[in-house]
Design a protein around this ligand. Structure first.
Ligand code: HEC
Ligand code: HEC
Length: 365
């Protein structure tokens, strides 16, 4: 008993990760993993206990991801939705956030790398914008603290939307009375509401409601019949394998940075990950742990989109992050749980809005 399930990662190694992110229930995790080890083969009875023991590490999705510095109003969300779909602020006039984070495709483009305004590829895979506002920070390396700050990046990024400057973006928006009115309504009382910072705030407000609750949330809220027996067993397998150590919280991930290849080195890892943001050698190879919500829809996987199949991804995680070899049955069981994390798309909320008409003054980059 115990041996097969003994956690192979050391607490000291985990502590390193701990430094760079807000507290996770590490003590709880360690205690629970010890408990899980005690169960050995999971009998139906033990499975129920196991599930109960791990559930406190997860929360259902809220109805919006709150922000201390960006109050959410309908007017702000409506403006943010327009800006999310706005292509005229990009260099070639064709790219918007929705080109790479396609909302009716679960917020991503299903490509390893995303082509920008010149067709040039960025160096990382685009993550989904759904549920991202709940993460501890944005980007694979966490270099933006919030969705509001994040949104100001891609517009100016030369391999993404390639706008020449923030001033250009503001000029485009100010040239259209429809936008000027929308900014006034979203930022009432401000003398000069059409500015780049407010662009970020409006897009961020829209993203804070891009949430996709699934049957997992109904289950977490107490309806024990919301998940099938196989899905519940899948959660128990996910938990006892140790995946919960890193993938937890409301987004089932997104709460911390961790090393890719924590237990067994990841072959050919080129991206230095979190170290790019912190310039700290010790953060090399660390990435933000991704959310597993809608993970069946967001492949190919990892920061470089190098893994295509979810089954293969799960096996590699067990092997490289936990030092465990999963059987086919265990792999299928975990994937069955992951499928239950697929939520419904908010079809009304993400409908492409009517955008303000260009005028003779609207500049082109
Ligand atoms: C050309 C494709 C492209 C466009 C256009 C684009 N993004 Fe991204 N986005 C990416 C890529 C690639 C990443 C990951 C980059 C990294 O981590 O270094 C990313 C990361 C993000 C993240 C972080 C999510 C997370 O889980 O960390 C958010 C949020 C996001 N983009 C929102 C937006 C918004 C809002 C816009 C429009 C203003 C936008 N993106 C435009 C490709 C794109
Ligand atoms: C020690 C922390 C840790 C553990 C334990 C862990 N993961 Fe991960 N997981 C990560 C990190 C970090 C990444 C992202 C790495 C990257 O992109 O380079 C990731 C990525 C993934 C992805 C890809 C998601 C995407 O959108 O690209 C899946 C799926 C996944 N993990 C599932 C699991 C499963 C299932 C287990 C248990 C067998 C598990 N993980 C255990 C840290 C962990």
């Amino acid at each position: 008993m115990g041996n097969r399930l003994k956690p192979r990662f050391s607490v000291r190694r985990m502590m390193h990760a701990h430094k760079t992110h807000p507290p996770t229930p590490m003590k709880l995790t360690t205690r629970i993993l010890a408990l899980a080890a005690g169960f050995g083969a999971v009998s139906a009875f033990a499975q129920a206990d196991l599930t109960e023991a791990f559930l406190p590490m997860f929360q259902p999705l809220p109805s919006l991801a709150p922000s201390p510095d960006n109050e959410i109003s309908d007017a702000k969300v409506d403006l943010g939705r327009m800006l999310y779909f706005e292509t005229r602020i990009s260099k070639n006039g064709k790219m918007s956030c929705n080109s790479c984070h396609i909302l009716d495709k679960y917020g991503n483009d299903n490509l390893p790398f995303s082509p920008g305004h010149e067709g040039k590829l960025g160096g990382r895979s685009s993550p989904t914008t759904y549920n991202a506002a709940l993460h501890v920070a944005q980007f694979w390396d966490g270099r933006a603290p919030s969705v509001e700050e994040q949104a100001k990046g891609p517009v100016l990024n030369p391999v993404e939307m390639g706008a020449p400057s923030a001033d250009f973006v503001v000029k485009v928006l100010k040239s259209m009375p429809g936008y000027v009115d929308a900014f006034k309504a979203a930022f009432p009382g401000e003398a000069d509401p059409v500015n780049y910072n407010n662009f970020g705030k409006a897009v961020g407000a829209f993203e804070r409601k891009l949430l996709t609750p699934s049957k997992w949330d109904t289950f977490l809220k107490g309806n024990k019949d919301a998940m099938t027996a196989d899905e519940k067993k899948g959660f128990a397998t996910f938990a006892k394998t140790g995946c919960v150590t890193c993938h937890n919280g409301a987004p089932v991930g997104g709460m911390m940075y961790q090393k890719l290849g924590l237990v067994k080195a990841w072959p050919d890892l080129k991206d230095s990950g979190r170290a790019e943001a912190t310039k700290n050698e010790g953060d090399k190879g660390f990435f933000k742990v991704p959310s597993l919500r809608n993970v069946t829809e967001t492949g190919p996987y990892l920061h470089d989109g190098s893994v295509k199949s979810l089954e293969e991804m799960v096996k590699k995680m067990a092997d490289h992050q936990l030092g465990k070899q999963l059987t086919e049955e265990e792999t299928t069981s975990i994937v069955t749980f992951l499928k239950a994390l697929k939520g419904d798309l908010p079809t009304e909320y993400i409908k492409a809005p009517k955008l303000p008409e260009s005028t003779a003054e609207t500049p082109k980059a």
